[in-house]
Write a protein that binds this ligand. Structure first.
Ligand code: FES
Length: 123
């Protein structure tokens, strides 16, 4: 298993509005220990405070959705960390199926997500 750490800035015009840091696995995310469970079938909106760090739960096991509570330690997944530079709305994915983590991309509207039970993985 190889952990890779990356970070990037989201830009609005030329001004960075937030920094994203994340660690991901080089191995397939679809092995059985690394498949997220659906924690909600809709996104969570958080009004981000400037300079505050947020850790988005990527495994779906956290009891503090959409944020991390450390439950990922029993999986191969890791949270995504975000620091916003401005006060703004952040729409965090709740279904954990987004292709643009940690943000909602509308994947929760797919039939596979809407049909599955909360707390289970998409087959
Ligand atoms: S809540 Fe996951 S893509 Fe919208």
């Amino acid at each position: 298993m190889l952990l890779i750490s990356k970070s990037k800035c989201l830009l609005k015009g030329k001004e960075p509005i937030m920094k994203l840091s994340y660690v991901y696995l080089k191995t397939s995310p679809f092995t059985c220990q690394s498949k997220p469970v659906v924690s909600a079938k809709e996104p969570f909106m958080i009004m981000a405070e400037p300079g505050k760090k947020y850790s988005w739960c990527s495994c779906g096991l956290s009891q503090k959705q959409p944020l991390c509570d450390g439950s990922h330690k029993k999986t191969e997944m890791r949270p995504y960390k975000i620091t916003s530079k401005k006060e703004c709305e952040l729409w965090f994915c709740g279904c954990k199926q987004t292709r643009t983590p940690p943000f909602c991309d509308g994947s929760h509207l797919e039939k596979s997500v809407q049909k599955c039970s909360l707390g289970t993985s998409i087959p």
